[in-house]
Design a protein around this ligand. Structure first.
Ligand code: PLP
Length: 411
């Protein structure tokens, strides 16, 4: 191993201090990448059936790409966008009203983010002092938790169990944690479980937030990919704006994943705090992207088409996996199917979902993402590449054929 650089002992404790860069632990996603490379090298004749990708497979709608090209050629769009242009704020406000019936002041109750990911870094900066607690559902998107720890706070994990409809057990949180908790981070439609929130659940969350003086951050990244009922915004529920914000993303519902744009919406004082911290972090997303995204927000047939595609693909996947014994149903939302992992394949037993996932890659080049946080589950994403429905059907038939050879067993 190379000698340490002279500044090795200068790294901050939050990223490992003097031990930074020396860890040997390999993270789940890296292990999967390595397993994929290995099986491709060992079995080049067997194409990978990749249900592991968590990103939209299509480009943004041509109308939006054309708008970007037009806007990129305008002199007035060249500069810093700071906390965002009015055209995008107004389009976001119109979208919230048209889609959810939620009225927001575009100036004070909406602020853009460069994709929703950085918002989960900046919102803890607004609230978390050392010793404060963020309540986070697991499995889930970890960024707000990571930043809570960076600021000296603690994360209290709320496991999402199927028996509770993948809602957290808010009543089970110990008193000491509740006293120190400042943030509750939710995500519905939930990634990876696919559960959608009900109005009653959100009402309970609002009561809980008031009772314990906790701010709610609801991650709505997948909201337009809702299949069970109509998409429900947290802000539609009475009192929600009093207790928090909802973070929206252009990524999943509009096929704009690489464009990096979203918005934080809700209580004006929280939006203001977020905007202040953001103003000291970035200089805003390229104005041409904001203009193109404003058009996307005003073009409802775009998310409708994307939703119909992923719904169709999920229905096909559910039918395919049921044929080989998976106990799965259509998820309420997202482009993920989260289903109990097999416990064995013939004589081979799996102690964890991770073991099962590695077996599927090794034996049949089928890539999934394992989750072992609250039971052993595999996540299948339907964001695979398939140019048309015939290709989708062929892919499903091949998935069934390969899985059938494995003699999978389920609990
Ligand atoms: C649940 C969830 N929230 C937020 C994000 C971040 O999305 P973006 O930064 O593209 O808006 C993702 C991305 O994978 C996600 O899965």
């Amino acid at each position: 191993m190379a000698a340490d650089p002279w500044f090795q002992d200068l790294f901050a404790e939050r990223i490992g201090g003097a031990n930074y860069g020396k860890g040997t632990e390999i993270y789940k996603f890296e292990k999967i990448k390595r397993a994929k490379r290995k099986v491709l090298a060992e079995h080049p004749e067997r194409p990978l059936l990749d249900f592991g990708i968590g990103e939209n497979d299509d480009m943004a709608d041509p109308r939006i790409r054309e708008a970007l090209a037009r806007e990129a050629n305008k002199l007035e769009n060249r500069g810093y966008a700071d906390n965002g242009i009015m055209a995008y704020r107004e389009a976001a406000a119109e979208f919230m009203e048209r889609q959810f019936g939620v009225r927001l002041d575009p100036m004070t109750e909406i602020c853009h983010c460069i994709g929703s990911k950085p918002a989960y870094a900046l919102l803890p900066a607004c609230f978390i002092n050392p010793g404060d607690v963020t309540l986070m559902t697991v499995p889930g998107y970890p960024v707000a938790g990571t930043w809570t720890r960076y600021f000296g706070g603690e994360v209290y994990r709320l496991p999402l169990y199927e028996k509770n409809g993948f809602y957290p057990e808010l009543d089970s949180i110990p008193g000491d944690i509740l006293r120190r908790a400042k943030l509750l981070v939710l995500n519905y439609p939930n990634s990876p479980t696919g559960a959608v929130a009900s109005r009653e659940f959100y009402q309970r969350v609002i009561d809980f937030a008031h009772r314990h003086r906790i701010v709610v951050i609801q991650d709505a990244a997948h909201i337009l990919l809702t299949y069970k009922g109509e998409p429900l915004s947290f802000l539609q529920v009475d009192g929600a704006k009093e207790v928090g914000v909802e973070v929206h993303s252009m990524s999943k519902g509009f096929d704009m994943i690489g464009w990096r744009l979203g918005f934080v919406a809700g209580h004006p004082r929280i939006v203001q705090a977020y905007a202040d911290v953001k103003d000291n972090t970035d200089s805003g997303q390229f104005m041409a992207i904001q203009h193109a995204a404003a058009l996307a927000l005003r073009t409802p047939d775009i998310p409708q088409r994307i939703r119909a595609k992923y719904r169709r693909r999920l229905e096909k996947l559910v039918a395919a996996l049921q044929q080989v014994g998976f106990r799965c149903q259509m998820p309420g939302g997202t482009y993920f199917l989260y289903t109990p992992a097999p416990i064995a394949a013939g004589e081979r037993r799996f102690a964890t979902a991770e073991e099962a996932a590695h077996f599927l890659i090794q034996e049949q080049s089928i890539c999934t993402v394992p989750w072992d946080d609250a039971g052993a589950y595999l996540r299948f994403s339907v964001t695979y590449f398939a140019p048309d429905e015939t290709a989708e059907d062929a892919l499903m038939a091949e998935t069934v054929r390969r899985l059938s050879t494995l003699r999978l067993q389920f609990a």
